[in-house]
Design a protein around this ligand. Structure first.
Ligand code: AKG
Ligand code: FE2
Length: 335
């Protein structure tokens, strides 16, 4: 990498860190995936309209049972309840989306550390990063089971986009093949620390404004744990943010920068952030879980119109990761 902000996506990421304003005037469309195989065409139209007209959407009846989502949140809480000493044995290696980090992610948009800890599961990058069976029995098996379920849903949605973009229907599931060792999709467990709440937001965020690096993100919010706000990429100049209430069993979807490139900017990545709770709101721990559909490393990302130079998914991701985390030696963003 020659220039830390050489990707246009990185340049863009530095421009939307202000508080902006809240708005309730955007529709939060929920798309029902039930009976997917029979309703594929109608669902594809609904997903496409939501993605292109509104810029974000939620899924219901997506096939992941509510008990499985609850169980995933329990696994997440079990992990974050481990002592700092134990968690510190599984630190995120430099340049990789795996393992535990705490207060180390600095968003290019804000320049301040997110008030959170997170644990990333990226299969094939987990050597020495799983808590052992004494510390957390069945954690590995349970979280990997959930990861697989998320993958299924992600690939369903991406197969609809593939139809619309003129790719083969299985284009994205081949590009995100978990059987290949260059698979790099990630399940991320998130824990935002309890706070006293704020009267004004200021520049300290639970998660500063960003777009995701991936093709598609599936985001699970824990009931009662609000704070997520979104702004469609096409409206990023407006800095008007829609609150996404934490409904149980729906999945909030963000289109990420990888798919934006792969679609020659037809699908625009969605800005989002997690604001601090206000003093009169619930100020305890906030939990959420994200699944990032990130194409396998060897995949070359270039849209049908060749709007951007080709880039491997490995290079694309590593540039974004580097620009987002503190360098352990300097304490500054490591880009
Ligand atoms: O916790 C959330 O609701 C959002 C997390 C997120 O945007 C991310 O980790 O990329
Ligand atoms: Fe995100």
């Amino acid at each position: 990498m020659t220039d830390s902000y050489s990707l246009e996506e990185l340049q863009r990421e530095t421009t939307f860190g202000g508080a902006g304003e809240d708005t309730n005037d955007r529709e939060i469309r929920i798309i029902d995936l039930s009976n997917f195989d029979h309703r594929r065409e109608a669902i594809t139209e609904q997903l496409w309209l939501a993605a292109t007209e509104i810029g974000f959407f939620q899924l219901s009846h997506h096939g992941i049972p509510s008990e499985e989502i609850d169980a995933a949140f329990i696994e997440s809480e079990r992990f974050f309840d481990l002592s700092e000493t134990i968690k510190a044995q599984y630190p995120r290696p430099k340049g990789v989306n795996a393992g535990w980090e705490s207060r180390s992610q600095i968003r290019p948009s804000t320049g301040t550390k997110d008030q959170k800890e997170s644990y990333q599961i990226t299969q094939y990058h987990m050597d020495n990063l799983w808590p052992n069976e004494e510390e957390l029995p069945s954690f590995k098996a349970n979280t990997l089971r959930f990861e697989k379920q998320c993958w299924e849903v992600g690939m369903k949605v991406l197969s609809c986009f593939a139809d619309k973009l003129g790719f083969d229907r299985d284009f994205f599931s081949k590009a995100h093949d978990p059987k290949q060792t260059d698979y790099q999709s990630t399940l991320r467990l998130l824990h935002y620390f309890p706070t006293k709440g704020v009267t004004e937001q200021g520049n300290i965020w639970r998660a500063g404004a960003h777009t995701d690096f991936d093709c598609l993100t599936l985001l699970f919010q824990h009931e009662g744990h609000g704070g997520l706000q979104v702004c469609p990429g096409a409206e990023s100049d407006s800095q008007r943010w829609t609150n996404i209430p934490p409904l149980p069993n729906v999945i909030t979807c963000n289109i990420g920068d990888m798919l934006m490139r792969w679609s020659d900017d037809i699908l625009i990545s969605n800005l989002h952030r997690v604001r601090q709770p206000r003093v009169n709101e619930y100020c305890g721990s906030r939990h959420s879980i994200a699944f990032f559909c990130q194409a396998n490393k060897k995949q070359i990302i270039q849209g049908p119109e060749k709007r951007y130079q080709p880039i491997s998914a490995a290079d694309f991701l590593s540039q974004r990761i580097q620009a987002n985390f503190v360098d352990k030696e300097t304490g500054k963003p490591s880009a």
